[in-house]
Ligand binder design. Structure first.
Ligand code: AMP
Ligand code: MG
Length: 350
């Protein structure tokens, strides 16, 4: 397939590109587009054939439901049922933005889009290009992240091209995503709201609006016979680079010493990388790649670099990846959730 490539400036959106993207979606095609979290792979959420195409283009298991993106608050009630009052309170505070809410779905939403579930995940993104695209396409865009299944989510147009060129109809590139981690997911379809995936909107931020909040144990724990995540996607080893990732946990000095020892052992045998904060980067001179994640106090920078760094490790055929911990105040839970998945729960305590 020949993929159309377009650059769109979020400050001055080219409406002819939006019209073209919209008509591709209306005729059942797929368009990758920017959002404030990561790039999405969009299709018409109300067309079962489009959803099937999304699974195929990503190589994604079809039991893993898609998030439906809207760009008008009034459109929520046309696809969801039993919307609780807290949903409006959360929307007031965090929509448009990086929060996905799960509701009971109505019959307008095909089961292909929801992976066979009777619930639907909905998000109203804040990115102006995402909003213009969704409106031009008829209002309902089903979109997972625009990566091949199992690879880190794309946070730049280059990442999308690397994975999706030739597999979809169009790629809209608006530069790097602001946040760089996927949305927070909260399930509002049962009595007590439950966070299924941490993101930019932290549990503390959700509690500012909610009296009660549960967290799916699968957010922290390895998925085994006893932990079945409520978000089907959380059971897959997502976000994984090809190399083996080891998270080193402990006091700063011990962490640095441990990683340095490992680099000595690996040197000349395997290609190594270290995910380090700016303070420690000079300690890891024996690594083939030192990824400077930024200043520990600038957690937004750490979050927005993570997937790019994991992709760089693949580009450079890195076999052993050591990472410091990044337990920062607001985004730490989301950052560590993604890192722990990339590591397949391989954490060394020193
Ligand atoms: P992605 O589109 O790659 O950001 O992944 C979307 C995530 O949302 C996956 O982990 C899905 O399993 C989850 N998800 C989407 N819809 C639902 C739903 N109705 N119930 C539970 N989880 C959902
Ligand atoms: Mg994804």
């Amino acid at each position: 397939m020949n993929t159309i490539h377009k650059s769109v400036d979020p400050e001055s959106i080219d409406t002819s590109v939006m019209d073209e993207a919209g008509s591709i979606i209306r005729s059942g095609g797929l368009v990758a587009f920017p959002t404030e979290t990561v790039y999405g792979l969009g299709g018409d959420a109300l067309n079962p054939a489009s959803s099937r195409k999304i699974y195929e283009a990503k190589g994604r298991p079809s039991d893993n439901p898609l998030i439906v993106h809207i760009a008008d608050m009034g459109d929520l009630e046309k696809i969801a049922e039993d919307i609780p009052d807290v949903a409006y309170a959360l929307a007031d505070r965090y929509w448009p933005g990086p929060l996905t809410m799960i509701f009971k779905k109505n019959s307008v939403v095909p089961s292909e889009t929801t992976g066979g579930l009777d619930t639907v995940a909905v998000r109203f993104p804040s990115h102006p290009v995402a909003q213009a695209f969704i409106r031009a396409a008829g209002g309902y865009i089903a979109a997972p992240s625009a990566n091949i299944s199992g690879r880190p989510s794309p946070t730049t147009g280059d990442h999308v091209r690397a994975d999706m060129d030739g597999r979809i109809d169009m790629i809209i590139d608006s530069g790097p995503c602001d946040i760089g981690l996927e949305s927070t997911i909260i399930d509002l379809s049962s009595d007590v709201p439950m966070m299924l995936r941490p993101g930019f909107v932290s549990a503390d931020m959700l509690r500012e609006v909610l009296d009660e909040l549960d967290t799916d144990p699968a957010v922290y724990r390895e998925v085994g016979p006893d932990t079945k995540p409520k978000a089907p996607g959380m059971k897959y080893r997502h976000y994984a680079p090809k190399g083996k990732v080891t998270i080193v946990s402990g006091k700063k000095d011990d962490v640095v010493r441990y990683i340095r020892e490992k680099l000595d052992e690996d040197s000349g045998r395997v290609k190594t990388a270290v995910l380090s904060d700016s303070d420690d980067r000079e300690q890891y001179e024996r690594a083939d790649l030192v990824a400077d994640m930024g200043d520990r106090n600038d957690e937004a920078a750490i979050a927005s670099r993570l997937y790019d760094v994991l992709r760089k490790c693949d580009d450079e055929d890195i076999e052993e990846i050591y990472s410091e911990e990044f337990n920062t105040p607001q985004l730490g839970q989301a950052i560590m959730n993604r890192l722990i998945k990339a590591a397949g729960h391989n954490i060394v305590k020193v």
